[in-house]
Design a protein around this ligand. Sequence first.
Ligand SMILES: *[C@@H]1O[C@H](CO)[C@@H](O)[C@H](O)[C@H]1NC(C)=O
Ligand SMILES: *[C@@H]1O[C@H](CO)[C@@H](O)[C@H](O)[C@H]1NC(C)=O
Ligand SMILES: *[C@@H]1O[C@H](CO)[C@@H](O)[C@H](O)[C@H]1NC(C)=O
Ligand SMILES: *[C@@H]1O[C@H](CO)[C@@H](O)[C@H](O)[C@H]1NC(C)=O
Ligand SMILES: [Fe+2]
Length: 458
Amino acid sequence: MVMGIFTVAIVLLNIIELSNGAITSGYQRKSEPSMDLPLESFPPPPGHSAPEQVHITQGDHEGRGVIISWVTPKKHPGVVTYWEAGHEQKKHKTSSKTTHYKFYNYTSGYIHHTLIKGLKHDTKYYYEVGQHEVARRFHFTTPPPVGPDVPYTFGVIGDLGQTADSNQTLEHYVSNPQGQAMLFIGDLSYADDHPFHDNRRWDTWGRFVEKSAAYQAWIWTPGNHELDFAPELGESVPWKPFLHRYSVPYKESKSTSPLWYSIKRASAYIIVLNSYSAYGKYTPQYSWLEQELPKINRKQTPWVIVLLHSPWYNSNNYHYMEGESMRVMFEPWFVEHKVDIVFAGHVHSYERSERVSNIKYNITDGLSAPIRDSSAPVYITIGDGGNVEGIANNFIDPQPHYSAFREASFGHAILEIKNRTHAFYTWHRNHDNEPVAADSMWFYNRFWHPEEEPSTIR
Ligand SMILES: *[C@@H]1O[C@H](CO)[C@@H](O)[C@H](O)[C@H]1NC(C)=O
Ligand SMILES: *[C@@H]1O[C@H](CO)[C@@H](O)[C@H](O)[C@H]1NC(C)=O
Ligand SMILES: *[C@@H]1O[C@H](CO)[C@@H](O)[C@H](O)[C@H]1NC(C)=O
Ligand SMILES: *[C@@H]1O[C@H](CO)[C@@H](O)[C@H](O)[C@H]1NC(C)=O
Ligand SMILES: [Fe+2]
């Protein structure tokens, strides 16, 4: 019966065209309460104090470094053994920095972070965390050397959480062999939605994403659910669990905070910003970004991709205009430096904008409408990982002209950079099979090929 209704919903899948080509997909995911999967759904691995929650991220600016992180319930020396595939006789050992924290009445396990630098590009490595009978083995492949025509494929997920929908999102992504690294747009575990910010939910989330995050770099963006600011619990230092658990190479890009930084990976220059740290003039984040954007060499990394949590162009009633103050500060720079794509999360839905800007605005001139701008980025809101808070299915009607496509469904995206001029982008809703693209677009690079992109293939 349920299956029958579901099939009818798919058959009736209809697309409503509005003026200016803006599309609100008629596909409506059925509203149902989302619940985090039980704690027992994410058991620790077997073995006494076995390493768990293994995840990796880029460890330097160019892609020859990796940071390997994991947790052990008991105190162990954090040893990583690693070797190049096919060279098992030549093993290297490194030790890690170990930390732990308390949050209200929760005490974390021992959190290990190991930075390995100077790896070969485009090379498969095996690594083992832990020693003896509880050692666990994983592998990763380093990115090719940075260069203008290096093809590379990124996955994109935001606002994941740990529900059955979250599991479907991640399972779909993992089933696609193309994704080489993950752009994660913030809001990880949603532990803070539980009483006392139950930090065991940080542990279960770490176990949940290990099937991908231990094998490819996940590039972390901070979201509001990482703040864990709870003075009522005596926890008034923001970001505590997140910063203990997730290590990023911020110093490599001269950032003074792990909450904003940049990396180069293949042909992409990726800038991570924090919607929840000060960004007004003279602030550390503002000064860093002001110096960062002119450093980008498009002849080396043609693709400029910005990750930030709270969207600037959002036509959903949820979190409407929360990104506005940051847009006012930084949008002129994004247009001046021809940023290709901005990924945001936060709104639990999917939306892709036209290339628009709204940088003429000043307080006296009354010019404040977004206009088509071929130097402007495309803004993609992809906060649709499928978390405990459910879907954001309340779009503003009529659809504004700057919004190209929007749909209230859970899913993830794949960005395939082909060369310096072309990248193919697809969004995959959970209710379809992975190969189905519910939204797709050929991106033309703003530096090398700033032509208008053809109307989208759907
Ligand atoms: C996640 O989904 C996969 C595939 O459907 C399933 O095998 C697995 O048990 C699910 N995990 C959880 C924790 O429910
Ligand atoms: C923390 O406090 C809450 C509320 O009093 C309680 O339910 C929970 O069992 C406590 N957890 C620990 C680890 O003491
Ligand atoms: C504000 O906009 C008006 C109209 O474009 C312009 O004449 C004026 O110089 C602007 N003010 C500032 C301070 O930039
Ligand atoms: C770049 O990739 C696109 C899409 O695959 C292709 O059509 C184009 O010819 C490529 N450009 C070059 C210079 O190879
Ligand atoms: Fe959020």
